[in-house]
Design a protein around this ligand. Structure first.
Ligand code: B4P
Length: 192
């Protein structure tokens, strides 16, 4: 199964991807997670992207493509993947199409999780309290939601046009949302 998860910050992409990884037994590729690991380790990449992420802005397309290409060069991606956090704009969506065709792994489906903005803000405020993530401050969250509307929302149409979009309600319990995703991906995966 080759799956892309789309949705605003706080829509549950990372949360559901973790569950899907166990279920589908394919790697969860999280660009946000990879960048946070680089920041925590103080690598040259981390030093560059740390302030950008803290402000809730997008890291440059060029840097992100490098990170992604390196990840897809790992052998564990050959039997499928769950991609979470990429693409975040149309240029990344086009670059991803090219990359996946080049490695002979065109994606099966993009799943979009739809959640109202008010609920997104509540969820991220909850995570800010629980985890203290640098980009969950109220100011960064406002910016991330704005960046999503301006740059990432058009990616949904990119996949709709390709006939590869499943648009799902992301509101409800973690189990409810997970069940909706399993139903949407069932034609593409042996998910039991
Ligand atoms: P990400 O790590 O992708 O952050 P995110 O959009 O907030 O989503 P995340 O997956 O973490 O949260 P989730 O919705 O699961 O990106 C962080 C930053 O990295 C970006 O701002 C950018 O700077 C950079 N970046 C990453 N990829 C990039 C790219 N391709 N190009 C450029 N820059 C890039 O969950 C949020 C909260 O909601 C959690 O607390 C969770 O418990 C809760 N929640 C989830 N589902 C719920 C439910 N059903 N009910 C109640 N709460 C729920």
């Amino acid at each position: 199964m080759r799956l892309v998860l789309l949705g605003a910050p706080g829509s549950g992409k990372g949360t559901q991807a973790t569950r899907l990884r166990e279920h589908l037994q394919v790697p969860h590729i999280t660009t946000g997670g990879m960048l946070r690991a680089a920041v925590d380790a103080g690598t040259p990449l981390g030093l560059v992207v740390g302030p950008i992420m803290k402000a809730g802005n997008l890291v440059s397309d060029e840097l992100m493509l490098g990170v992604l290409e390196e990840r897809f060069a790992q052998p564990d991606t050959r039997n499928g993947f769950i991609l979470d956090g990429y693409p975040r704009n149309l240029s990344q969506a086009n670059a991803l199409d090219v990359l996946l065709v080049r490695i002979g792994q065109p994606m099966d489906l993009a799943v979009q999780l739809e959640v109202d903005q008010e609920l997104l803000v509540d969820r991220l405020a909850g995570r800010a309290k629980a985890e203290g993530r640098a980009d969950d401050s109220p100011e960064a969250v406002r910016n991330r939601l704005r960046v999503y509307e301006e740059q990432t929302a058009p990616v949904v149409d990119h996949y709709r046009t390709q006939g590869k979009l499943a648009h799902l309600d992301g509101v409800g319990s973690l189990d409810d949302v997970f069940t909706r995703i399993l139903e949407a991906i069932s034609p593409y995966a042996d998910v039991g």
